[in-house]
Design a protein around this ligand. Structure first.
Ligand SMILES: Cc1ncc(COP(=O)(O)O)c(C=O)c1O
Length: 391
């Protein structure tokens, strides 16, 4: 019967990020450093806002683009954070997580034969959608430029089939951010070209030095720009499934059709939770508290990995670090498998994040400090044993 399925679907593989966390849960003493979400509990005031509306029976559909109160809260947040105005009536769509935002934007713009340029290593959630649409992800290597794409590298990848360039900063899996000057360079290349810019800024609240900068700050690309964001990572509510898209009215009009035929609207209680998340007076202190903890864990991990002799960039955002393990094993999947079997520590092989992630492993500092300390001790022992074995 398999031949009856869409070949573009049967081609797809289950993401490499999940495999190791599933396996480590089978061990009593397992340490899971694969987390792609905050280890903090969802704040009380968000949970309360959600349960209150359920108790009040507010379980009907909302506007396709989301509750207007939520779109206003997103517009206010965007204005405060980036000094940029997006009209809540015509330029904002609330989606089922950042994932649906990515899917809806791609489906609104990408046609068979198109190419989408993506700096890599990259999040594993983009290529499958591009593939389902009969288009091609064109990866640009950032491993020699501190995981930041240069103007020259993006320019060299542009062809007459290029439909869009996607940037994800802060980045999963590299933890890298882009400075305003680096974004300005890319803007100077892409402005006035018939190419869309998609920026996935789902980690924009998780930035550890200075301020997060966005393509939004450059009005010259506003008409070609889709900004994807959401509350999953920042507010520790991955299960609420709240994301959103900012785009000019003519683009929002097209994306709204894809979104509404797919899902009608985001879940109503989650939308009320998101209003609380964006407007509650306790939110800034909560975000600061989580970021302080991530910085402490990042600093510890960076120091320990460096002491172990692994080449590694200091992450400036998100909650991931991507050390180079190629001196031990060029095959990151094998490295992660051996580490799990020998020491019961789960990490994600870099190859899960495009071939440019090969030779690396991704560790998450959303895990607790205790897990990180123990994970590092075991990783260090594993590396020592690798050296002993090869001598
Ligand atoms: C870069 C990136 N974009 C989007 C998502 C999806 O976010 P959501 O849980 O809001 O769908 C993730 C989740 O890991 C991610 O890392």
């Amino acid at each position: 019967m398999e031949h009856r399925f869409n070949e573009r679907v049967t081609d797809l593989k289950i993401p490499g990020t999940r495999q190791f966390s599933n396996k480590v849960s089978e061990y009593d003493n397992g340490i899971n450093l694969t987390l792609g979400q905050s280890g903090f509990d969802a704040p009380d005031f968000i949970r309360q806002a959600m349960t209150e509306v359920i108790d009040d029976g507010k379980l009907r559909y909302t506007h396709n683009k989301g509750l207007i109160e939520l779109r206003r809260a997103i517009a206010d947040y965007t204005k405060k954070r980036f000094s940029v105005s997006y009209d809540p009536e015509t330029e904002i769509i609330v989606t089922n997580g950042g994932s649906e935002a990515i899917d809806s934007v791609f489906r609104a713009i990408v046609a068979p034969g198109d190419e989408v340029i993506i700096p890599a290593p990259a999040y594993a959630g983009y290529e499958p959608i591009i593939h389902l649409l009969g288009a091609k992800a064109v990866y640009v290597d950032t491993t020699k430029t501190h995981f930041v794409p240069t103007k020259a590298a993006i320019e060299a990848a542009i062809t007459d089939r290029t439909k869009a360039v996607l940037f994800n900063y802060p980045s999963n899996p590299t933890g890298t951010t882009m400075t305003q000057a680096q974004i300005a360079e890319l803007v100077s290349l892409l402005k006035d070209k018939d190419i869309f810019i998609i920026t996935d800024e789902i980690y924009s609240e998780n930035v550890y030095s200075g301020k997060h900068h966005s393509f939004m700050e450059f009005p010259e690309v506003r008409d070609q720009l889709f900004v994807i964001n959401g509350l999953s990572k920042s507010h520790a509510i991955t299960g609420a499934r709240i994301g959103y898209i900012l785009a000019p009215p003519f683009a929002t009009e097209q994306v709204t059709k894809v979104h509404l035929y797919n899902t009608i609207c985001a879940a109503t209680p989650s939308q009320y939770g998101a209003i609380a998340a964006l407007t509650h007076p306790e939110t800034p202190a909560m975000l600061e508290k989580m970021n302080r903890a991530y910085i402490e864990r990042r600093d510890y991990l960076y120091k320990r990995l460096t002491e172990m002799g692994l080449p590694v960039e200091l992450p400036t955002g998100a909650f991931y670090i991507l050390p180079d393990i190629s001196a031990y094993n060029k095959d990151s999947f094998q490295f992660a498998t051996d580490l799990l079997e020998a020491e019961q520590v789960a990490v994600v092989p870099g190859a899960a994040f495009t071939p440019y992630g090969e030779g690396h492993i991704r560790l998450s500092f959303a895990s607790t400090m205790e897990e990180i300390e123990e994970g590092c001790a075991r990783l260090e022992r594993f590396l020592r044993n690798c050296i002993t074995k090869s001598n």
